[in-house]
Design a protein around this ligand. Structure first.
Ligand SMILES: Nc1nc2c(c(=O)[nH]1)N[C@H]1C(S)=C(S)[C@@H](COP(=O)(O)O)O[C@H]1N2
Ligand SMILES: [Mo]
Length: 376
């Protein structure tokens, strides 16, 4: 039982396994300098694909809506395009973001901090389609099934997740066929994906093929086994849903190629980044330049155009002398959730919103290696 439940075990603390590297090269993160874009350009948004990316023929594909409904539906992509559309700007973060920084580290996609992006998703409101299908009174959830199939925890499955009826009917939930004004790229779920603003990434089922209204909670692997905050093998754990608050900073200055350690010149420096929470709007961001011993309030940019998108922040920093510094940032939301210095460990390495730490070397520009050569 313990072995079947455990998807893949734990990693040696100081070595990346070949399997983790294999996943890391398939599923890329958003380079943190792309935090400068309010809307993440296509190709810089992070990617997470459990199995293989399906190739879908848009002419023969149809979305099937069935189960506990009075009017089952089968809708082609062309028909979906003719319905009233809605665009939602939303920040999406993988529940496993930060996993590689947990100790011991769960063997899975080894995210550091980059499993996030913000996009304009266009499609049809899910509620309108459900209303048309007329769910029975006993409906409790909708199950969303993707076209991708694989084996996980020893179980062969289609990627599938469910949502309670009342969440599915929320007005911001869409079935999206466009990303930033372009048809969904294959890797982001062409031709149609679910988008539930505020929830962790796994909720947003890609390559959607069926939606089934059910009268009891869905027990599929991704719903009942994966994505739970489990302390040990015997713990069922609480299911993950909405994103906890997190602030991220654009790493300042310039990087060393291999270590990516930052070099910043003595003098003024603008620290900036973005922060989000799936529970409530971000109310504050604080920055530390001394490894978390002291904190200063950052200035928040005007609220984003959508309550589901991250909010920009900035703070000027004047490192007056050369030396070693550790920059940190943390966010709070209106619901009173505060980003912890160190998040609670759990078996899947989920929801690790521990504060970001960026080691920075502040240098005297005149003494910097190569500086004079570049400037003449
Ligand atoms: N069908 C399907 N949907 C899926 C997944 C998947 O593997 N298959 N991955 C999920 C996970 S874990 C995340 S974090 C998001 C990632 O969406 P993106 O790749 O468009 O950023 O998609 C979710 N939807
Ligand atoms: Mo994810």
């Amino acid at each position: 039982m313990a072995d079947a439940e455990r998807t893949s075990g734990f990693a040696p603390s100081d070595q990346l396994t070949p399997e983790e590297l294999q996943l890391a090269t398939r599923n890329h993160g958003m380079p943190l300098e792309a935090l400068r874009h309010a809307i993440t350009p296509i190709g810089l948004h992070y990617l997470l694909i459990h199995y293989d990316i399906p190739v879908v023929d848009a002419d023969t594909w149809a979305l099937e809506v069935g189960g506990r409904v009075e009017r089952p539906l089968s809708i082609s992509l062309a028909e979906l395009h003719q319905r009233p559309q809605r665009t939602v700007l939303a920040t999406m973060e993988c529940a496993g973001n930060g996993r590689a920084r947990m100790e011991p580290r769960a063997l899975s996609q080894p995210w550091l901090l980059e499993a996030v992006g913000t996009a304009a998703w266009t499609g049809i409101p899910l509620g309108s389609l459900l209303a048309e299908a007329r769910p029975h009174r006993d409906a409790v959830e909708v199950v969303f099934r993707g076209l991708d199939r694989g084996i996980e925890g020893g179980i062969e499955q289609d990627f599938a997740r469910s949502l309670p009826m009342e969440e599915a009917m929320r007005e911001e939930v869409v079935l999206a066929y466009e990303l930033n004004g372009q048809p969904l790229p294959p890797q982001h779920g062409f031709p149609l994906r679910l988008l539930v603003p505020g929830w962790y990434g796994m909720t947003n089922v890609k390559w959607l093929t069926t939606m089934t209204v059910v009268d009891e909670p869905f027990t599929g692997f991704q719903q009942a086994r994966g994505y739970h905050m489990r302390r040990d093998d015997d713990d069922r754990g609480a299911p993950l849903s909405r994103m906890l608050p997190r602030a991220l900073m654009v790493p300042p200055g310039i990087p060393d190629f291999f270590s990516r350690r930052r070099a910043v010149d003595v003098g003024g420096c603008r620290l900036e980044g973005r922060a989000w929470s799936g529970h409530a709007p971000v109310s504050a961001v604080e920055v530390s330049t001394d490894g978390g011993r002291s904190w200063s309030a950052a200035d928040l940019d005007p609220p984003p155009p959508s309550p589901w998108a991250w909010r920009g922040w900035h703070l000027s920093w004047d490192p007056a002398r050369p030396g070693e510094f550790e920059l940190c940032c943390r966010a709070r939301d209106d619901a009173g959730n505060q980003q912890p210095v160190s998040a609670t460990w759990n078996m899947g390495g989920y929801a690790n919103n521990s504060v970001q730490r960026i080691p920075v070397t502040v240098r005297d520009p005149a003494a910097a290696p190569g500086a004079s050569a570049d400037r003449t």
